[in-house]
Structures are given as structure tokens and as C-alpha cells.
Design a protein around this ligand. Structure first.
Ligand code: SF4
Length: 318
């Protein structure tokens, strides 16, 4: 490691200790808590996650509780956070943890990667923050800091991961991870504030000229997007709306567009369709969130087990 790299490393660690953001998932290093936090933080801003994180953990404090809960209960705690599939995957993940790992989050990357919803980034984030392993969690904030300050040129994800892992100060990955996240979030933003950056003297990019950080493609606009309509349907289901036509009216979509999204959600296990209509029932398209019927008037789940349709299939892919 060069003197310049060692200096950057030392300065960043020092800066990190004095400028660390107080975030609820930094209060302890419990692997399950980190798993929940990192799942929530995927593609979601920190400020938004802080509003959900503690409530979620209060309701599902352990993998055992989460594994035993119903899909509607989990979705109810997630609605508003977005990307609701993450909630179903997290529940699946808890079930695997209970069934195969005694309810413990593993500390081996390959085993973590085999869990539902856990990709390369999340596995590294858990290893670095919960188990203090010498690996780097490279999210977009970290990527900016790494390529600008330490690398000085664009790099593929695989190459950057190798380089990033080599930069982790031995035994200090938790501190290192927080420092990089914080610098990327507070100073080395897309438009960097180099004039107040502690790394400015040794950084390989001074904020001018060709930026080695290439931003990921922007997400399509949320308003009017498929994601927005999916969220509307899931929210309506969580509020107990059962009737398919009423769900469609919630979205304001035409029948074809609605059916396409409805079927997609159904395939992913968000709700089932009652197989046998109860006596007197006439609407064959009554829907149930995650296999659980909602109240017909709409503000609350009807959790009576006799009304639950157990045909739910959670086939959400990673
Ligand atoms: S000097 Fe500028 S480009 Fe370099 S790490 Fe700091 S903010 Fe980012």
C-alpha cells in the first residue's frame, strides 16, 4: 500500500469517528438488525428507513418472530417504504434462518448469498458491520469515494470490489464502512464538496475534469410508473380492499394494464384468490393479501385463520 493510500485511510478513519451520523442501525451490531437495515436501505433513502426500522424491529424482534408472522403482517409494516417484494424476501430469509441456521445469521459469504434476498452487497454489508470481517460494502456512496479518492479512474464492479476489500484496515471494517458511507453521503456527493473534504490533499480527483465516478442509470420517474401502481395495489390490499374491480379503480388503470400488474403481483405471492367461494359468495375475483382476506369495508386485515387461503406461493426471485 502506498504512503498516499495509507494517509487517506488514516484521515478517513479519523474523520469518520468525529463526523459519524447517528443512525438507529448503528446502535448495535446485531446481525439480524443489520440484515433488516440493509434490506430496507436497498434503493431507499436513509431518512425514510429511519421512520420504519425501529417499528419493524419492535414488531419482528427476531428471525423466529418474523418467520412465524404472516405475509400481510409483514407487508403492513412495510407499506410506504416501497419495493414491497423486499419484505416478502426478508420473511422468507427469516424462515430459512430458523429452519437451517437455528435462527442465526451466518458469517460466511457463500452461505449468506444463498439466503433469499441477500445479494453480494448485502452479504458484504453484514460481514463488515456485524462480524467485522475485512470486506468492503460498496454501495453507490462508497463507490464514489473509492473511485475518486483511491482509484482515480472508472472501474468495473468486480475490480472495484477487489480493490475495496484490499483497502479495509484489518479488524476495523465497521468503522471503515461507516466512514466511507458518511463521506459519500455528506461530502463526496454526486456534486462533490472538495473544499471541505478531509481527503482533498491526497484525493485523485479534485472535483473538476473527468469524474471517475460514473453514476448508475437513473431510475425511471416514479410518478406513473409500474412501481407506483404496484404500490397502490399493495396498499389497497393492506387496507382490506378485496374486490378486483375496486382495486383497479384505485389505480385508475385500464383493464389490460391493471390485469398485467395484478397477475404479476399474484405470481409473486402478494395475494391469493379464494379457491372455493363460501356459501352465498358471488364474486369469484375476490383477492386476499398474501393469502389473507381483508375486511370488506376496508381499514384492517381480517386475520381469522378460517378465512385464510393457504395457496400463497412466494416465488419472488432475487
Ligand atoms: S476531495 Fe472531492 S472528490 Fe475527493 S473524496 Fe473528497 S469530495 Fe470526493
Amino acid at each position: 500500500m502506498t504512503d498516499r493510500t495509507l494517509r487517506l485511510q488514516e484521515i478517513l478513519l479519523e474523520w469518520g469517528t468525529t463526523h459519524r451520523r447517528q443512525l438507529p442501525w448503528r446502535e448495535n451490531r446485531h446481525p439480524y438488525h443489520i440484515l433488516v437495515a440493509e434490506t430496507m436501505l436497498t434503493q431507499t433513502q436513509v431518512g425514510r428507513v429511519t421512520r420504519y426500522y425501529q417499528d419493524f424491529l419492535s414488531r419482528f424482534p427476531t428471525p423466529f418472530v418474523l418467520a412465524e408472522s404472516s405475509a400481510p403482517e409483514v407487508l403492513e409494516s412495510w407499506v410506504g417504504l416501497g419495493y414491497n417484494r423486499r419484505a416478502l424476501r426478508l420473511r422468507q430469509c427469516a424462515q430459512v434462518l430458523v429452519e437451517e441456521h437455528d435462527g442465526l445469521v451466518p458469517d460466511v459469504q457463500e452461505t449468506l448469498r444463498s439466503l433469499p434476498g441477500v445479494g453480494a452487497y448485502t452479504a458484504n454489508a453484514i460481514l463488515a458491520q456485524a462480524f467485522n470481517k475485512d470486506v468492503s460494502a460498496v454501495d453507490t456512496n462508497a463507490r464514489r469515494v473509492l473511485v475518486r479518492a483511491f482509484v482515480g479512474q472508472p472501474m468495473t464492479q468486480v475490480a472495484l470490489q477487489i480493490r475495496a476489500d484490499s483497502l479495509v484496515p484489518h479488524g476495523r471494517s465497521w468503522e471503515w464502512t461507516q466512514a466511507i458511507f458518511d463521506l459519500g453521503a455528506l461530502i463526496c456527493r454526486v456534486k462533490p464538496s472538495c473544499d471541505r473534504c478531509p481527503l482533498a490533499a491526497d484525493c485523485l480527483f479534485d472535483g473538476h475534469g473527468l469524474d471517475p465516478y460514473i453514476p448508475p442509470r437513473r431510475q425511471s420517474t416514479f410518478a406513473g410508473s409500474r412501481r407506483q401502481y404496484r404500490g397502490q395495489i399493495v396498499r389497497a390490499l393492506a387496507q382490506g380492499v378485496q374486490d378486483k374491480e375496486e382495486l383497479r379503480r384505485h389505480t385508475g388503470l385500464d383493464a389490460d394494464s391493471f390485469n398485467s400488474i395484478y397477475q404479476e403481483l399474484k405470481n409473486e405471492g402478494f395475494f391469493g384468490t379464494t379457491e372455493t367461494a363460501p356459501p352465498g359468495a358471488s364474486n369469484p375475483s375476490t383477492s386476499t393479501l398474501g393469502g389473507c382476506t381483508g375486511t370488506s369495508h376496508g381499514t384492517q386485515h381480517h386475520m381469522d385463520s378460517a378465512a385464510i387461503n393457504y395457496t400463497e406461493v412466494y416465488s419472488v426471485e432475487d
